[in-house]
Design a protein around this ligand. Structure first.
Ligand code: GDD
Length: 316
């Protein structure tokens, strides 16, 4: 069985590739010219990479036609919420074009393939306290261009399922963490700063943004297992929350990480890290996915944070 992973060089993409290899799936991934391959260094010999610009219909068409994958995991996207405010148009164009180009290629070449679309809990945006934990049926009130791009990806997936009969399953993952995550994201930013402070590479002042936000964290290795199960057992045309069901203030993530270090560290809020709008609380109900697949997260948060901190400590 052949799987195509877009975004394979990214955080979740690299963990998904490792998981797929363990399922004895042939793994192919898209890369852009100049993509950093650090995240897939350990599996470089076991996977095949194809240069492909997802925004370019010709590039995507050529790849899909030649490869004829059985499974597509579409993770490649501009994934940072703050970056979507600095580059709203690019975020929307990038995330939507990639998805359309893939679906069009699958449709045009009549592929019998299953496709997962990595969407996001950010789609829910502004939720009311009585709505938590959030079910898939909750109204969507996106708060950022990134969130709108992900809602659009879901809608497009649903449309191609209904109008063209494509086997598309959308996953709304809540926050995920673990080794190899970019320091653009909160837990990884904190862990990297702690590791750098420990090495004496920066002054002992850790910069943070909004510590009052509450998020639902799952280990990336549990999340990619969910992506696989979404295509194994998920119903086409459906959307599934991937969440732990527990939410924690960002302040608690910071405290847990600080408690793992012996360094004396001061914490300072950096106004530049505050966002124009930030969902207060995002906690998901993934019982719909559990009923369909039996998926539950297995890796405890403390383990994910430890692995993340160890990852940064091991960086040169
Ligand atoms: N990045 C960052 N850096 N966020 C901070 C910081 C900081 O120093 N301090 C506090 N935060 C808060 C943010 O304001 C937000 O409320 C929360 O921490 C999580 O921020 P991120 O880790 O950047 O993740 P995100 O929730 O914006 O988006 C991530 O999760 C989504 C799934 O819910 C990304 O991985 C998205 O691609 C993904 O869809």
């Amino acid at each position: 069985m052949k799987a195509l992973v877009t975004g394979i060089t990214g955080f979740a993409g690299s963990h998904l590739a490792e998981y797929l290899l363990r399922q004895n799936v042939e793994v192919y991934g898209t890369v852009r010219s100049g993509s950093r391959l650090d995240n897939i260094r350990g599996i470089r010999q076991d996977i095949r990479l194809a240069e492909c610009e997802l925004r370019d219909p010709v590039s995507v068409d050529r790849l899909v036609k030649a490869l004829r994958p059985d499974l597509i995991f579409h993770l490649g996207a501009q994934s940072s919420v703050p970056a979507s405010w600095s580059a709203p148009l690019e975020t929307i164009q990038n995330n939507i074009a990639g998805q359309i180009n893939l679906m069009e290629a699958v449709r045009r070449h009549g592929l019998d393939c299953k496709m997962q679309i990595a969407c996001s809990s950010e789609a829910y945006g502004a939720i009311w306290p009585h709505e938590a934990p959030i079910k898939e049926t909750n109204p969507l009130r996106p708060l950022s261009p990134y969130a709108v791009s992900k809602v659009t990806q879901e809608f497009l997936g649903g449309q191609y399922f209904r109008s063209c009969g494509l086997h598309i399953v959308a996953t709304r993952a809540f926050n995920h963490i673990g080794p190899r995550q970019s320091e653009k994201f909160v837990a990884s930013s904190f862990a990297r700063q702690i590791a750098r402070i420990e090495k004496g590479d920066m002054p002992p002042v850790l910069r943070v943004g909004n510590l009052d936000a509450k998020r639902d964290f799952t280990d990336v290795r549990d999340v990619v297992r969910a992506y696989w199960l979404a295509l194994e057992y998920g119903e086409p045309g459906e959307i599934y929350n991937i969440a732990s069901g527990t939410c924690r203030p960002i302040r608690e993530i910071l405290q847990l990480l600080l408690a793992s270090s012996r360094a004396a560290i001061q914490v300072e809020q950096d106004p530049g890290l505050l966002r124009p709008a930030d969902a207060e609380t995002l906690v998901g109900d993934s019982s719909k996915f559990y009923r369909r697949t039996g998926w539950k997260p297995e890796i405890p948060l403390t383990q994910s944070l430890k692995d993340l901190l160890d990852f940064w400590r091991a960086q040169p």
